[in-house]
Write a protein that binds this ligand. Structure first.
Ligand SMILES: Cc1cc2nc3c(=O)[nH]c(=O)nc-3n(C[C@H](O)[C@H](O)[C@H](O)COP(=O)(O)OP(=O)(O)OC[C@H]3O[C@@H](n4cnc5c(N)ncnc54)[C@H](O)[C@@H]3O)c2cc1C
Length: 382
């Protein structure tokens, strides 16, 4: 059967919406298929805001990709004439030898990135939202801020459609059958033939890429929004986005009041509670809110005074907590993106480019070795 499409993108969440947009912008005949509706709240890419920062404590080798991600976010904004990425600074708080503070410092030093170190008194004066322990310091990444996930996804889908991509919503892909000349994609309502397929199905990745069953673990995540105490200003001009290293208690992230619901807080990976992606997330419970309310009371007493809402989301974790973005071993026509281990959104704008490179050019000039099957699982297996 001859190919109807150059590329079929399955899953139009963060990575898939960007991938189909990059592919269509290059003139490829592209189709995108999404099980739900655009920017829905059932997977990993909802909730108003995602942190972006340049000095990357996780691994300095992400920094060149982050620079490209910033560039691509600005290009998206220029085409849309809308703001997607807002710079507020990201304050990273903890003991000076904590993973977040020392890792960010190492990353900034290695790449010559601007940053400021603030002691407890300086932080108190400049950012009164944060209650600090003796001996804690803050590292301010002045280029950090947040990206709007729903607006980014809607924006990429809009551009993809403008550039001629075919987009189907409410249609679940049930199988992909790769062969030597392409891939047959079967959905709940159709059957398509494409030269290449990009699987970007987030928490559901193992359904279509079974090699990942033993490795990609979806977990439940919870975030909550809080109103400040009367009169306290928790808007970005007085309060940056933040990450806070709590040692054995893990790390917390948060955002100033950027919408009516106020300050948003979450603990990275929450309780690391595995979930079955085919079932709805278990709803928010008292244990979830006790954890987040406790953090708010202790660390943001004026900025996050009472909770107004909470919601669930999902991370898809790999054991290394890095990303996996590659052609599937033994299946040269199948490209995949997952799992972004709870820190992938900021990279959406560059991951979309990489996925389009892999599908349309057979490789990428961007530094992707960190994300390969080989690095994660060795040469032979996934
Ligand atoms: C609460 C929370 C906070 C986070 N904070 C940050 C942060 O501050 N900074 C950061 O960089 N990252 C953050 N992340 C991580 C980031 O949001 C994720 O890495 C990213 O959104 C994952 O995007 P994705 O495209 O892989 O998955 P998704 O956006 O979930 O997209 C997958 C899509 O595939 C569709 N799909 C699944 N199966 C099928 C099928 N068979 N057929 C068709 N469609 C299908 C789904 O419906 C979904 O739309 C956070 C995540 C959460 C949950």
């Amino acid at each position: 059967m001859s190919a109807e499409f150059d590329v079929a993108v399955i899953g139009l969440g963060a990575m898939g919406s960007a991938a189909v947009s990059f592919a269509a912008a290059r003139g490829a005949k592209a189709i995108g298929i999404e099980a739900h509706f655009p920017a829905h709240a059932l997977s990993s890419s909802h909730g108003d805001s995602r942190l972006i920062r340049l000095g990357y404590f996780e691994d300095p080798s992400y920094v060149p990709l982050l620079k490209r991600a910033y560039h691509n976010w600005r290009s998206l904004e220029a085409r849309l004439r809308a703001e997607i990425l807002t710079v507020t600074g990201v304050l990273q708080i903890g003991a000076s030898d904590s993973k977040i503070v020392s890792g960010t410092r190492a990353s900034c030093d290695m790449h010559g990135l601007p940053h400021e170190i603030l002691d407890r008194d300086a932080m108190k004066r400049r950012f009164p939202a944060f209650a600090l322990e003796e001996g804690e310091i803050g590292l301010l990444d002045p280029q950090g801020g947040y990206v709007r996930p729903e607006a980014a996804i809607m924006g990429y889908l809009k551009l993809a459609a403008e550039d001629g991509a075919v987009l189907h919503f409410g249609e679940r892909v049930v199988s992909i059958d790769p062969d030597e000349t392409g891939v047959t994609v079967v959905s709940t309502t159709g059957r398509y033939r494409a030269r290449k397929v990009i699987v970007a199905t987030g928490a559901w990745i193992a359904e279509l890429v079974p090699q990942l069953k033993a490795h990609a673990q979806p977990i439940r995540q919870v975030v909550a929004w809080y109103q400040p105490k009367d009169g306290f200003v928790a808007e970005p001009q007085r309060m940056p986005c933040f990450l806070r290293d709590e040692g054995d208690e893990g790390s917390y992230f948060g955002f100033p009041a950027i919408g009516v619901d106020g300050v948003k807080i979450g603990r990275h990976a929450h309780f690391r509670e595995p979930i079955d992606p085919t079932l709805p997330n278990p709803p928010v419970n008292d244990t979830d809110t006790d954890l987040l309310d406790g953090f708010a009371r202790k660390r943001l007493p004026d900025a996050a005074s009472f909770r107004v809402r909470a919601t669930t989301c999902r991370y898809t974790m790999l054991p290394s907590e890095d990303f996996l973005i590659d052609t599937v071993p033994g299946q040269p026509n199948v490209v995949m993106s997952s799992a972004c281990s709870g820190h992938g959104f900021k990279f959406t704008s560059v991951v979309g480019e990489i996925l389009a490179d892999l599908a349309l050019e057979g490789g990428s000039r961007l530094p992707t070795a960190l994300f390969s099957f080989e690095r994660h699982f060795g040469r032979q297996s996934a």
